[in-house]
Write a protein that binds this ligand. Sequence first.
Ligand code: R1P
Ligand code: GUN
Length: 244
Amino acid sequence: HAGNLVLGYLSGVPTVCMQGRLHFYEGHPAWLVTMPIRMMKLIGVETLIVTNASGGLNQDYNSGDIMVIKDHINLTGLTGQHPLVGPNDEKFGPRFPAMTTPYDPELRRLAQETAKELGFSGFMREGVYVKVSGPSYETPSESRLLRKIGADTVGMSTAPEVVVAIHAGMKVLGFSMVTNVVILKQDSDKTPPTHQEVMDTANKRAKDLQLLVKTIVGKLASTLKATESAATPAAAMLHKEKEN
Ligand SMILES: O=P(O)(O)O[C@H]1O[C@H](CO)[C@@H](O)[C@H]1O
Ligand SMILES: Nc1nc2[nH]cnc2c(=O)[nH]1
């Protein structure tokens, strides 16, 4: 991961883009992993679009599919590594935030509609993402467990960032790209996952996901109050930059 924070305009909308993210398995505590989300909130970001690479637990899924995230299971959060543990900062949100609808239904509908227009329907899905700690990939028994509790894809990120975004009142849209189909059976003759496979599949599908996100952001432009004004600190900074 490049580790850059890129500020600019995407389809005319002031945008902050993270080139890479922090992960819990790298040794960072959950609150630090999600710090960039709070930073985005403070500079005026209203909508968060998250993407990830994941293993397909749903055996109908293929490598290269893009799943619109309908809901998540924050497994590490449920078991104690929750990003909001510690004193609550009321400036961001309440002590006990609801997580009933973390992924905005209107944005999900827009994503599916846009994907259809772009001819992407053949590889679009909608389902549930489960976040585990990693860094090891799952054993077949662990994968069957995750499938049984209702997950369609599995990965090592995203859910903590989304929880912090929802706590702070942001709208969220999420995409999970299936980079490998998870092995559910013991003694399978299928090839075990590798990070190289994950990166290769992600790179092959990257242009499609980029176009999808760019088109969605373009459609959102008319509804975002910051677009043509310097309504937020980030937008103000970018407007100034544009004028110079
Ligand atoms: O979730 P992202 O960061 O997209 O990446 C996924 O791919 C990596 C494993 O190959 C893990 O980091 C996992 O979480
Ligand atoms: N935990 C997990 N993370 C992934 N990221 C990409 N593929 C996978 C996978 O199979 N399991």
